[in-house]
Design a protein around this ligand. Structure first.
Ligand SMILES: [Zn+2]
Length: 170
């Protein structure tokens, strides 16, 4: 995939890849805070924007404001999909709905614990595969590679509180 540009801020890297005539992939790696300025990020036109948030480590209140502006502007230009949203992003999406703008979420991470291996791990949940269970605000049942059933490692009613926003068809 063609790398179009890489923008570096303090503790944040934004990588833009793809073919502008088709779909652009935008990767956020690091921290979204006051150093991230929505109006300084120039994104070329494209039919579709796919934003990967697996590398997002934190997002604070000033970052949320800039991010929401950034995403809203992008949604006005084309269809936007968010994939592999980090746990910190879902935590905030439960509090601040604007963080999603009109973007569609296809997958996100959720915290689990393996009682057999005694490790915490973030598991990727597909919105399509787990739709029913997510809308019931219940953690999908997952099996670890060791064969044990994973336990959800947060409060289901909090983490999945606003799944109607996240899972909804947009
Ligand atoms: Zn295990």
């Amino acid at each position: 995939m063609q790398n179009l540009s890489t923008l570096n801020y303090d503790n944040l890297q934004i990588r833009i890849e793809g073919d502008p005539k088709e779909s652009l992939n935008i990767w956020f790696d690091g921290e979204v805070n006051e150093n991230f300025k929505a109006n300084l990020v120039i994104i070329p036109d494209a039919k579709h924007f796919l934003i990967n948030l697996s590398g997002l480590r934190s997002i604070n209140s000033l970052g949320i404001r800039e991010w929401s502006q950034f995403l809203q502007t992008l949604c006005q230009r084309s269809q936007v999909t968010l994939e592999e949203c980090a746990v910190v992003f879902i935590d905030q999406a439960n509090i601040v709905p604007q963080i999603l703008a009109k973007a569609k979420v296809t997958s996100f991470f959720a915290p689990y614990f393996c009682p057999q291996c005694n490790i915490e791990l973030n598991c990727k949940l597909s919105v399509v595969t787990h739709r029913k269970r997510l809308l019931e605000r219940r953690a999908p049942q997952l099996i670890h590679s060791c064969g044990a059933e994973l336990q959800f490692d947060a409060l289901e009613e909090s983490y999945f509180a606003h799944m109607d926003r996240i899972v909804s068809e947009k």
